[in-house]
Design a protein around this ligand. Structure first.
Ligand code: EPU
Length: 421
């Protein structure tokens, strides 16, 4: 298995380009099932999760392929509406074929995703929303069996849970509702940019949707959708990760091909921490030379601070003089990076869903590993300033969500390479 080897101490300088958003591409690939016509999705990053989704689509009897940033999906007249445990257990986002299969085929059998290293991740809101549209749902032998005896019918649905809105539940219900009879209103819908991107894709296919990006989305069902060509938005989490890496290592980095308004929560915290941020039309420039100031961060759903940047932000706080507090409000157990960062010399104490981070003078390189994508990214970021060499093992986690990570960081002057173990 490959590992990423980082020698700390180099400042970053130069330009990098951000790839298309993984978390927008995955549900949009599932949404392409809503027609029998071919769709072409552009600006799709070359990642392991995208390949998993292609394998899943093929297992449903769909022609699907990836070629140089483009995904072609040709569903044809009939789909095999079964998503197996083998595929769903390797990638939770597979659950977003449930809505489209139910809408197109009137039935779906999708494995329950099960546990996840970032904590319990139930799908009760997905099921509640689909039931409200008239689906009959049974959970048996580890599978969700969903059936629409009659055609799905629009309804008013409240989709909030104990931790607020749900991104993929909103996506699943939206995808089922676009072909239902009548009007559906989703209240407490997720406002994430990936939901807006999905709505735009569906509208291009012929769906009638209003209110995306707000907590109240209205969908008027249509009879049929068509295949389209569509370009995915930039990955705000990848962009945020490079923003944090630039602030951590210091220097002057221009991050291109981004949507700056998607980064407002992070930019706000950067300014509080004394990091210079310049927002341009499609790029963000990060400059840091002086001392960092401690900041407190609480993760929230969009437009709040993203949970997918919590680990990276914590890496930055480890070398910020003073005490910073990071509170995780989306996944209260998402802290596997803490013990690994502490192995590198950080001083982080966990108090329930909060991490108290005492800034240290320096980190020291070590072999580390994490069993989650964003936690692994945080360890790479820590390695950029650690004395000596850091080896981040289990690189397949990074390959799920970061395209050419070591190449992009090296192009900015970091000493980072991939090694075969
Ligand atoms: N929740 C429920 N019931 C549900 C669904 C969710 O209680 O039926 C809870 C979750 O346990 C969590 C909260 O609601 O506490 C929010 O979870 P959400 O459903 O929004 O997460 P998701 O849609 O499964 C997506 C991203 C995650 C990201 C979260 C939160 C994709 C493919 N995944 O997951 O991304 O952390 O939204 O923003 O879009 C990542 O990219 O590393 C990643 C984990």
């Amino acid at each position: 298995m490959d590992k990423i080897v980082i020698t700390g101490g180099r400042k970053l300088k130069g330009d990098i380009e951000i790839s298309g958003a993984k978390n927008a591409a995955l549900p949009i690939m599932a949404a392409a099932l809503l027609t029998d016509e071919e769709s072409v999705i552009e600006n799709v990053p070359d990642l392991r999760d995208i390949q998993t989704m292609i394998r899943l689509l093929r297992s449903l009897g769909v022609k699907a392929l990836y070629d140089h940033g483009r995904v072609l999906v040709r569903p044809g007249k009939s789909l095999k509406p079964i998503a197996s445990y083998k595929l769903v257990s390797t990638m939770r986002a597979s659950v977003c074929v449930l809505g489209p299969l139910l809408a197109r085929m009137g039935e779906a059998q999708v494995s329950l995703p099960g546990g996840c290293v970032i904590g319990p991740r139930p799908i009760d809101l997905h099921l509640k929303g689909l039931e409200a549209l008239g689906a009959q749902i049974e959970v048996q032998h580890g599978y969700v069996n969903a059936r629409a005896i009659k055609k799905l019918k629009g309804n008013d649905i409240y989709l909030g849970g104990a931790f607020g809105s749900s991104v993929l539940a909103t996506a699943n219900v939206m995808m089922a509702a676009v072909l239902a009879r009548g009007v559906t209103t989703i209240e407490n819908a997720a406002c994430e940019p990936e939901i807006v991107d999905l709505a735009r894709f569906l509208k291009k296919m012929g769906a009638k949707i209003a209110g995306e990006g707000s907590p109240s989305i209205e969908i008027e069902g249509v009879k049929k959708l068509k295949g389209v060509r569509y370009g995915i938005i930039p990955d705000r989490i990848e962009a945020g990760t490079y923003m944090v890496a630039s602030a951590m290592a210091g220097g002057d980095v221009n991050i291109r091909q981004v949507e700056p308004s998607h980064q407002n929560a992070l930019i706000d915290k950067f300014r509080e921490a004394g990091i210079r941020v310049d927002k341009m039309k499609t790029s963000i420039r990060i400059r840091r030379s002086g001392r960092l100031k401690p900041v407190d961060v609480a993760t929230l759903s969009y437009p709040g601070f993203p949970t997918d940047l919590q680990a990276q932000m914590m890496a930055l706080m480890t070398v910020t003089p003073g005490i910073s507090v990071i509170t995780e409000k989306i996944y209260p157990d998402r802290f596997m990076h803490v013990s690994e960062l502490n192995r590198m010399g950080a001083r982080i104490f966990l108090e329930g869903p909060s991490a108290i981070v005492h800034g240290v003078k320096r980190l020291s390189g070590a072999p580390v590993m994490a069993s989650d994508l964003r936690a692994s990214a945080a360890l790479v970021i820590a390695g950029l300033v650690a004395e000596g060499t850091t080896e981040v093992q289990r690189v397949y986690h990074l390959d799920r969500g970061y395209e050419k990570l070591e190449i992009k960081l090296s192009s900015l002057g970091a000493s980072v390479h991939r090694e075969k173990e």
